[in-house]
Design a protein around this ligand. Structure first.
Ligand SMILES: [Zn+2]
Length: 413
C-alpha cells in the first residue's frame, strides 16, 4: 500500500503553520493556545477521515477506524506538542504519518480485521509540565492521575486547569487499553543515522535518563568592594559543576551524555556576586548502571565544588526514566524488505516509552529518521524548499515499514 506523499506534505505544512517560528521552526508548547489550534485541526482531519474520535482524562486524543472483527486495535501515533524552539518533524511526523496511513486505508476502502487507530499524546516533550511523557505515563499506570493534574508550569498554572481551558479535558479514563500493537515513527534527534548515511533506523532500546537539580547558596555581595579572597560565589561553584558534568560523561564514555541546560541566577545583574544559583543536570545512557555511576560522580563533583568556593549545596536526584528493554531485532528482520538499509540506534529521546511498560501492549519500536543537519531544533533547520523536500522524502521508507508491519500484525493475529 502506498501513501499519498503530497497529501502528507500538505498536512505537514498546514499543521506546521500553527506555532511556526520566524525561522521556520515550531513553538507549540503543550496546552497553549497554539497547541489547542493544532489539536483542533488534527481532530477535524481525523473526523473527516471517518475516525471515531475520543479524548481521555489527560487530553490524549484517539481516533479509531473500525475493523471487521472485535479485536484489539493497532495504534500509531506520536505527540503534537513541541519544545519552545522545536522542529516541525518532531512529533508531527509521527502523528501525520499515522493519519496518512489511515487516510490511505480509506482511499483503498481497505478492510482490516483489527481496528486501526491513531493517538496524539499530551505533553510528551515536558517543556512546560514536568515530567516529560506525563500523559502516556498516566495511561501506562506509571503516574497517578491526580499527580499529573496537579503538576504546575513555571508560572504555577496547573496542568488540569490548562487542559480544561483549551477544551481537552476529556472524559475517557486514561488507563491502559487493549492494543494489538503500537507503532511510532519519529525523527532521530541526533546526527548518527545521517552520519552513517542511513535513511531509517529501528529503535532497539530507549536510553535511561536521570535528572538532578542543584541549588548553590553563596554570599551575595557587591562586585566592587568585595576582595576575591572573601568571596563565596555561587556561580563559580556552578561553573565547576558544569565542567564536572562534561568530565563525568567523558569518563564514563560510550553512549553516556551529560547536559546542564538550565541555570537560574540570583540576582543576575552585572555588579553583584551571585548569591544563589540553581542548575539542572540531565544524564542519559542506554545502560542504567552507567547512570548510577554518573550520579555518584555528580555527588562528588558538587561536594568538591561547593567546598572549594565555600558555598552550601543542595542536590536532588529527582527523576529517573527510560532504559530497560531492548527490543527490535525481530521487527528489524520483518522490516528488512524495505528498499532502504536500516540502521539500529539507541535513541536519546524517550517520549512514548511509558507505553512499553504495559505487558499487554507490545509496541513495535519507533523508527527514528535522520534529519538533515542532524538536529531537529528550529534554529538549525534549513527552511529551504529543497531540504524540506528531502525530509518529506523520508516517510517513503516509513510507508514501507508501516504497511508491512501492519499487514504482518493484522494477518498474524
Ligand atoms: Zn518527539
Amino acid at each position: 500500500m502506498r501513501i499519498n506523499r503530497a497529501r502528507l506534505a500538505e498536512s505537514m505544512d498546514a499543521l506546521g503553520k500553527i506555532g511556526e517560528t520566524a525561522r521556520g521552526g515550531l513553538n507549540r508548547v503543550a496546552l497553549t493556545d497554539d497547541d489547542r489550534r493544532g489539536r483542533d485541526l488534527l481532530v477535524r482531519w481525523m473526523k473527516e477521515a471517518g475516525l471515531a474520535v475520543t479524548v481521555d482524562q489527560m487530553g490524549n486524543i484517539f481516533g479509531l477506524r473500525a475493523g471487521t472483527e472485535a479485536r484489539p486495535p493497532v495504534f500509531m501515533g506520536s505527540h503534537a506538542d513541541s519544545v519552545p524552539s522545536g522542529g516541525k518533524y518532531d512529533g508531527q511526523l509521527g502523528v501525520l504519518c499515522a493519519l496518512e496511513t489511515l487516510r490511505s486505508l480509506n482511499d483503498r476502502q481497505a478492510r482490516t480485521r483489527h481496528p486501526v487507530g491513531m493517538i496524539v499524546f499530551t505533553n510528551e516533550e515536558g517543556a512546560r509540565f514536568q515530567p516529560a511523557m506525563i500523559a502516556s505515563g498516566v495511561m501506562a499506570g506509571k503516574i497517578p492521575l491526580e499527580d499529573a493534574y496537579n503538576t504546575r508550569d513555571r508560572d504555577g498554572v496547573r496542568l488540569v486547569d490548562e487542559l480544561e481551558r483549551i477544551g481537552y479535558l476529556g472524559s475517557e479514563p486514561c488507563v491502559p487499553r487493549p492494543m494489538r500493537a503500537y507503532l511510532e515513527l519519529h525523527i532521530e534527534q541526533g546526527p548518527l543515522l545521517e552520519e552513517e548515511g542511513l535513511p531509517l533506523g529501528v529503535v532497539e532500546g530507549i536510553v535511561a535518563i536521570a535528572w538532578s537539580r542543584i541549588t548553590l547558596h553563596g554570599v551575595q555581595d557587591h562586585a566592587g568592594p568585595t576582595p576575591m579572597r572573601l568571596r563565596h560565589d555561587a556561580l563559580v561553584a556552578a561553573a565547576d559543576i558544569v565542567t564536572g558534568v562534561r568530565g563525568i560523561a567523558r569518563r564514563i564514555a560510550g553512549d553516556m551524555v551529560g547536559t546542564v541546560g538550565r541555570l537560574d541566577l540570583t540576582p543576575n545583574i552585572p555588579n553583584a556576586i551571585p548569591g544563589r544559583v540553581s542548575l539542572s543536570v540531565d544524564f542519559r545512557d542506554p545502560q542504567e548502571a552507567n547512570l548510577d555511576r554518573a550520579l555518584a560522580m555528580l555527588d562528588h563533583v558538587v561536594h568538591v565544588a561547593a567546598r572549594q568556593e565555600g558555598v552550601r549545596a543542595e542536590l536532588e536526584h529527582y527523576w529517573r526514566g527510560g532504559g530497560g528493554r531492548r527490543r527490535g531485532r525481530g521487527h528489524l528482520a520483518r522490516l528488512r524488505p524495505s528498499p532502504h538499509p536500516l540502521g539500529r540506534r539507541p535513541r536519546r529521546a524517550v517520549h512514548g516509552r511509558h507505553l512499553s511498560h504495559r505487558h499487554d501492549l507490545r509496541p513495535l519500536p519507533r523508527r527514528p529518521q535522520p534529519l538533515r543537519g542532524g538536529v531537529h531544533r528550529a534554529r538549525r533547520h534549513r527552511a529551504r524548499r529543497q531540504r524540506a523536500a528531502a525530509r518529506v522524502r523520508a516517510p517513503r521508507g516509513c510507508r514501507v515499514g508501516y504497511s508491512r508491519a501492519l499487514r504482518r500484525r493484522i494477518s498474524s493475529s
